[in-house]
Design a protein around this ligand. Structure first.
Ligand code: BDR
Ligand code: CA
Length: 309
């Protein structure tokens, strides 16, 4: 089995991605490292622990990490995910607590224990990963594959006109990661936009008779309603698409390799991912950008993850 480490900020779509990972037979989840992002760290850690419990995966260690971006404070996305990040349904906290080890240190330790084999999937702001890189710049040499959910490759942002939330929340961290890794998979917001899920199909999957589907139905209700009002009949689950590409890259229909950098200074464009589509810079291609993924496979992965017991 391939060892899988997930860096996350749950978050309703993070939760769906985690359920997909819990349901996968070919990967062995060695930990969840958690950062602030969608909501504050106390909530994202509490949510990660709860989701493990609901899925019967109390064996997966949860490591708390960065409580804020590296340099500048950033507004969270509580208006999308609920003030607690899980739809404000008032769930009872899991009985377990996070591990004592900091997420950045856990990333480094697990990268040594699984050197060359680790699949690292980053579903939130890249603060934990950037901290780990600053502590040990040789980290990329020990990572088998890195998959990042972030950016908007043609600058159609979801948080500013040009920037996507995960990169915008901590642009310096994204810059550090994009510079340090010679190659990573990028699943950006614009790929997510063309892989929307029909609400009426999602509603059907959520009616499955399983504790996972029941819990997910509750915590996602608020954000699905928010999305239906603004974006119409399709729901966009960013982290779920990233997890599909991480677990089943054979489902990718089109991937383009290009140099990607992060704008740190722009008056209007801070946090924007800048893709050198036409090879102006001479920079090496660092990102394998997912353009299209098999819709049927994506939907089946979600449906099965929700129905699993
Ligand atoms: C990303 O931002 C967060 O709100 C989601 O969890 C996802 O990781 C989408 O831009
Ligand atoms: Ca996320």
């Amino acid at each position: 089995k391939i060892p899988l480490l997930i860096d996350t900020d749950p978050g309703v779509d993070d939760a769906l991605a985690l359920l997909m990972a819990f349901n996968d037979r070919n990967h062995d989840i060695v930990g969840l490292t958690v950062a602030a992002g969608n909501v504050g760290l106390q909530h994202t850690v509490r949510n990660a622990l709860k989701l493990c419990e609901v899925a019967g995966r109390g064996d997966v260690p949860v490591f708390a990490g960065a409580s804020a971006p590296l340099l500048h404070p950033s507004p969270d996305a509580g208006y999308v995910h609920g003030r607690d990040g899980f739809g404000d349904v008032g769930y009872e906290a899991a009985r377990r607590h996070a591990e004592a080890e900091h997420a950045a240190l856990a990333i480094l330790r697990l990268s040594r224990e699984h050197a060359g084999r680790l699949l690292l999937v980053a579903l939130g702001p890249l603060t934990n990963l950037a901290l780990a890189l600053k502590l040990d710049p040789t980290l990329p040499q020990r990572i088998g594959r890195l998959v990042v959910m972030g950016g908007a490759v043609s600058a159609h942002g979801n948080i500013t006109p040009t920037a996507e939330f995960n990169v915008y929340f901590d642009p310096e961290a994204a810059h550090i990661v994009f510079e340090a890794f010679p190659r990573f998979d990028l699943v950006d917001w614009e790929a997510v936009l063309v892989h929307g899920l029909l609400h009426r199909e999602v509603d059907g999957w959520l009616s499955a008779d399983s504790p996972r589907a029941r819990f997910y139905d509750q915590i996602s209700r608020q954000t699905r309603a928010w999305s239906a009002e603004r974006r119409g009949e399709r729901w966009h689950s960013a982290d779920a698409l990233a997890m599909a590409q991480a677990l089943h890259p054979e489902g990718a229909v089109q991937v383009l390799e290009r140099p990607v950098a992060v704008e740190l200074d722009g008056r209007l464009t801070r946090g924007t991912t800048v893709v050198d589509w036409l090879a102006h810079t001479g920079q090496p291609d660092n990102a394998a950008i997912l353009m299209a993924y098999d819709e049927k496979r994506f939907q089946a992965l979600i449906r099965e993850a929700l129905a699993a017991r």
